[in-house]
Structures are given as C-alpha cells and as structure tokens.
Design a protein around this ligand. Structure first.
Ligand code: F6R
Ligand code: MG
Ligand code: MG
Length: 362
C-alpha cells in the first residue's frame, strides 16, 4: 500500500471571546473546505478540532510532507477562516498568518505544522495532542517520559520490541540546528538539553531502525516574526502500540500537570491541564494552559475517530492538582518564578521603564 502522510496543521486565526476559545463558524468553514478537497481526492480524510483559540486541521493524504499543494490548501483555509473571523469581528483575526501571500511552504509563515509519513501497520493507533497558551517546549518532558522513562513506560523494560530504546531529534531553536541523541545511551546528554525547554525542543522521535514514532510542531512564532505575535501553541502526533509506547503509556505523563511557559500574555509559568475538547477553553488568567488528546485508528488513511482521550475520570486528579497549583502560583503575581524570566517574556515594558528612570538611577 502507498505510504500515508498524517498532517496536523494549526493556526490561531481569531479568538472567541478574546483569546479563550473558537467560534463554531470557523470550525464549520474548515470542515466544508476540507470536505471539498476530500471529494476532489486531494486528501483521504480529515478531522477539525480546536484547543482554546487554535484551529486544528488533522488530515491524511498521499502527497508527502511539506507538499506545496497541501500547504497551499491549508493556507487558503486559514485565509478563508480569517475572513469569517473578521466578519464576526472575532479577536485577533488572522493573528498567526504572518504574510499576505503564500510562499510555497506554510512552515515559517505562522501556522504550526507536524507531519509524518508512515507505512500504515496492520492496526495503526495514533494520538494527536494539541495545546493552548504554551509553547513547543511543553512537549519535552512528556515525550521523554513516554519514550525514555521506565517509570512511565514499562514497555521499555519488559517489551522486547521497545527494549533497544529510541532516537530523539532535538532542535536548538536559536541556532536552528538539530542533534540526534539515542536513549538509553545518551540519556544524560539528552536531559541536559531538553531540560532547557525554551531553547532545545524535541522535534521527532524514531525507533532505532529509523521508523518514525512521534513528531511535534517546532515553530516559534515570536522568533519567526521577530516580535510578539501570539504564543505558538504546539501540536504533536504519536504512534502507539506494537513497538511504540502503549496508548496508556502515551497518556500517562499528563497525569502530572507539569509547569509550562505561556499562560497570560505568554509570559508566565503555569501547570498544563489535560482536558476533553469540551473543556478546552482557557479562561482563568487566560489559562491555565490546556492540552487535548484525540485518538484515531487509521484505516487505509481514513480516520476512525476521534476518541477524546482525556474525557476520562482518571485525569480528574490531574485537573484538580492543576487548579491547586494555578491557585498557588498565581499568588506570586508579577514576581518570578510565576512570571517568566525577562529573556522569555513575550511582552515587556522594561526598555521603556529603564529609559524613563535613567536619570533617577544613582
Ligand atoms: C497568551 C494569550 C493571551 C494574550 C492576552 C493579551 O498566549 O494569547 O494571554 O496575550 O489576552 O492579549 P492582547 O495583547 O491581544 O490584548
Ligand atoms: Mg489568540
Ligand atoms: Mg492559542
């Protein structure tokens, strides 16, 4: 069978209300457009979702990664959606579209993009994660746990098909260079880098034979634009079972609401809260940051699903802990470590304040 490309391409093209959620008309616009492309056989199948104010286009096709026609299709959908957002005067309409015209590849133009080309197995369970009010570094800790931590993934210890470990492709977002590190051999080197999650980001994970296991969106919108244009809320796709972590091993890291950068004005640390799609509306202090998980079974490229994987009582405690941590850290107000260090903030008045105070410094 032909190889299948599984694409997740997302953008914030307008929030409802403020930056908190998605207007149903934008979902409908995207669904109609993708249905048209499905009818014309450009894509095999699709699902449209949202996490907060981010529109998530999930679809399959035979065109490979970074295909011009496919990227143009998604760009046109985001432009059409932006027009709908503008007609409703939604907030920040078109905020992630950084250019007036499509330039051949949607990467670097604002939208986030995670694509993998696979040979569909006899049974192919995949989980798509999408987050809002955070950044791609948010995936570092959960990915490490899924693919390299035996306390999370017992398969690494007792499943012969996983015992060899995995290869992590890590991107230095400032140098725009990648390095491949193997686990368990390079574990300490890997942790040395990815612990700095605003600098080094896991881009992809492979089995040792080169088979793709996971991909993330690694665009940093604020760096691309050279100025603040909205937090680059990330997505990722993970293959599960039979030599990859089991569905439960892939979900397990989110039982601990780890601290991620983002939240209000992209300038605070906060706990990431795993939620079902119906609760993917960050409201308190524009948060706390949210993550959804959509599970699919691929059937010759058709998307059987999604199952809303965090719509489960076993994540209630993580949600409660997330609320408690949010309460605690909020009380730090404008002080670190709630507020991000100066270098990572997306809003700053510091140059202005310093220049105003320059004669008062003695
Ligand atoms: C964070 C985010 C929001 C906005 C905040 C201010 O990623 O999107 O917290 O930063 O609502 O938004 P503006 O500057 O548009 O008023
Ligand atoms: Mg927004
Ligand atoms: Mg967002």
């Amino acid at each position: 069978m032909d190889k299948i490309t599984f694409s997740v391409i997302k953008a914030d093209i307008g929030g409802y209300v403020g930056h908190s959620s998605m207007h149903p008309d934008l979902i409908e616009t995207a669904e109609k457009a993708l249905q048209k492309h499905k009818d014309q056989n450009l894509i095999i199948d699709f699902h449209v979702s949202h996490c907060g104010d981010d529109l998530e286009l999930i679809f399959t096709h035979h065109k490979g990664e970074e295909d011009k026609e496919i990227h143009k299709m998604t760009w046109d959908i985001f432009v059409e959606g932006t027009n709908v957002a503008k007609s409703l005067k939604l907030y920040g309409a078109g905020q992630d579209l950084l250019s007036d015209a499509f330039s051949g590849n949607i990467k670097g133009m604002g939208p986030g993009c995670a694509e993998m080309t696979i040979e569909e197995r006899k049974s192919e369970p995949v989980i798509v994660f999408a987050a809002d009010k955070t950044s791609p570094g948010a995936w570092n800790m959960p990915l490490y746990k899924m693919f390299a931590d035996p306390f999370n993934t017992i398969g690494l210890v007792i499943d012969p098909s996983m015992h060899e470990g995995f290869t992590f492709d890590v991107l230095d977002i400032f140098e725009n260079k990648t390095v491949k590190l193997n686990t368990p051999e390079d574990t300490y080197d890997l942790l040395c880098l990815i612990g700095a999650s605003e600098h080094y980001i896991i881009k992809a994970i492979y089995k040792k034979d080169g088979t793709i296991a996971a991909v993330t969106s690694t665009q940093k919108v604020n760096l691309i634009a050279g100025r603040y244009v909205g937090k680059d809320d990330p997505v990722m796709t993970i293959r599960c079972q039979s030599g990859f972590p089991a569905v439960g091993e892939v979900l397990e890291p989110f039982s601990m609401p780890h601290m991620v950068a983002g939240w209000m004005r992209g300038s605070h640390w906060g706990p990431i809260m795993p939620v079902s799609v119906k609760d993917a509306h960050p409201t308190r202090f524009d948060g706390p940051p949210r993550v959804i998980a959509l599970g699919f079974q691929l059937n010759n490229g058709s998307l059987v699903g999604p199952r809303d994987m965090f719509a489960d009582v076993s994540f209630d405690l993580a949600r409660q802990q997330s609320n408690e941590i949010a309460n605690y850290i909020r009380r730090h107000g404008p002080f670190e470590p709630h507020r991000l260090p100066l270098s990572d903030m997306e809003y700053t008045t510091l140059p202005h304040v310093l220049s105003k105070l320059k004669d008062r410094f003695k």
